[in-house]
Ligand binder design. Structure first.
Ligand code: ZN
Length: 242
């Protein structure tokens, strides 16, 4: 509390100096301020939520970052959505990542969650992955994505022949669930892993990103599958599958 009081007094002094036009007094205030802050003991602030690195260690997760999947920076200011997908294949997360790499399309999500709860991450959270792209007409406005790309994306790794990045990619984290639509329910191990992964992402950013799925953004896509609809509603309501 003392620091706040000192800052208020200093601000008052600074304002008084400005209004009086006394340049010498302003200099004196500036000289005092950093010394005073440096003398303050470090205040122990209570953590506001779970520690991201601790949550990360609780996941069955391996890291396999691939440079070709990295389409440029995405800081917390540009993080708004977690977009869920189905792979529409049954292979392991490792095989999904290998397939993306061999395709040469530069397509990937940040995470792939296997049916047994095993997770591979192949793009860092603070980098853009190409997993969602353009949405339906009008969805930029509906989702609050007001331009096709981001103004600060010039010079980022191109996707295809002309785009630095575009649509949802520049504003989201992508998670692929190994699942084939119509094949039945998602295993509890996979859903529990997704619960933990979302908790980690929330803790990493310090806020709750909006959870959606690929077909909500682009209706031509089938993922996530109809079997996921109830789980998606639960995630959107309280961030766990059940
Ligand atoms: Zn998808």
């Amino acid at each position: 509390m003392r620091r706040v009081t000192v800052l208020v007094v200093l601000l008052a002094l600074a304002l008084a100096g400005c209004s009086a036009g006394q340049g010498e007094k302003d200099d004196a205030v500036v000289a005092v301020y950093p010394e005073d802050v440096a003398e303050q003991p470090a205040e122990a602030e209570a953590p506001e939520g779970p520690d991201a690195e601790e949550l990360l260690t609780q996941l069955d997760l391996v890291t396999d970052f691939r440079d070709e999947f990295d389409h440029g920076p995405k800081d917390a200011e540009h993080q708004r959505y977690i977009v869920l997908h189905d792979t529409e294949g049954e292979g392991s997360p490792e095989s999904v990542v290998s397939w993306w790499s061999s395709s040469g399309n530069l397509v990937a999500a940040h995470f792939v969650v296997g049916r047994d709860g095993h997770i591979v991450r192949c793009v860092p959270l603070d980098r853009i992955a190409h997993h969602a792209g353009y949405g339906d007409t009008g969805h930029n406005e509906a989702f609050g994505i007001t331009e096709d790309g981001r103004d600060d994306m010039a010079g980022a790794t191109p996707i295809g022949p002309s785009f630095a990045d575009y649509g949802m990619n520049a504003w989201s984290v992508g998670i692929e669930l190994v699942h084939v639509g119509g094949s039945g329910d998602y295993p509890p191990e996979q859903l529990e892993a997704l619960d933990g992964l979302i908790a980690y992402i929330d803790a990493y950013y310090g806020f709750e990103s909006e959870i959606t799925d690929h077909k909500a953004w682009r209706s031509g896509n089938s993922d996530t599958s109809p079997e996921f609809a109830g789980y998606l509603a639960n995630y959107q309501d309280h961030r766990t599958h059940d």
